[in-house]
Design a protein around this ligand. Structure first.
Ligand code: SF4
Length: 138
C-alpha cells in the first residue's frame, strides 16, 4: 500500500488554542506476531531511540492511547500530505512513554499500537543507520 493511501486526515481541536488543526493517522498492514521470538533477545533500540508510533484511525478516534501532535515531517509535506501533525504516542525523555528503561521492554506489549505490531525492525534502514552510527568507532 502506498503511503498516501494509508493516511487519513482529521480536523480536530488544537491543543493550544481554539483553532482546528489537521491531524493524520496512518493505517497499518495486518499485524503479525512472527517477530516475537526475535524480540526476546533485543535491546529495543527502536522503541527506545528511533521509532515514534503513529496511531491508526481507530486507535485515534476511540482514544485508545494518549496522543501527541507530532509536527508533520518535511518529507511527508513534499509528498503532498495535507496535514499539520501526525497522531503519535507521546515520548518521555525522548523515548516512547511505554518503554520501560530499566528492563528495556514495552510496558504494554500485549496491547501495543498497531504500528508497533506490524513493524519489522530488520527492514528499517533508519534503524540500521542509527545502529551503525552508535557503534561506529570513528
Ligand atoms: S508502545 Fe511499546 S512497542 Fe510501541 S514503541 Fe512504545 S515501547 Fe515500543
Amino acid at each position: 500500500m502506498e503511503m498516501k493511501q494509508q493516511i487519513k486526515i482529521w480536523n480536530v481541536d488544537s491543543k493550544s488554542d481554539d483553532k482546528k488543526v489537521k491531524v493524520a493517522t496512518i493505517e497499518q498492514q495486518d499485524e503479525t506476531e512472527k517477530y516475537v521470538p526475535f524480540c526476546d533477545n533485543c535491546s529495543a533500540p527502536c522503541c527506545g531511540d528511533v521509532v515514534r508510533p503513529i496511531l491508526t484511525e481507530i486507535e485515534f478516534l476511540e482514544k485508545k492511547f494518549p496522543v501527541y501532535f507530532f509536527p508533520l515531517p518535511a518529507m511527508m509535506k513534499k509528498e503532498g500530505i495535507n496535514a499539520d501533525f501526525l497522531a503519535a504516542i507521546p515520548n518521555i525523555h525522548d523515548k516512547c512513554m511505554y518503554f520501560d528503561l530499566k528492563n528495556r521492554r514495552c510496558k504494554i506489549h500485549n496491547d501495543r499500537p498497531k504500528s508497533c505490531r506490524s513493524y519489522d525492525c530488520r527492514q528499517d534502514v533508519r534503524l540500521i543507520d542509527f545502529l551503525k552510527n552508535r557503534f561506529s568507532t570513528k
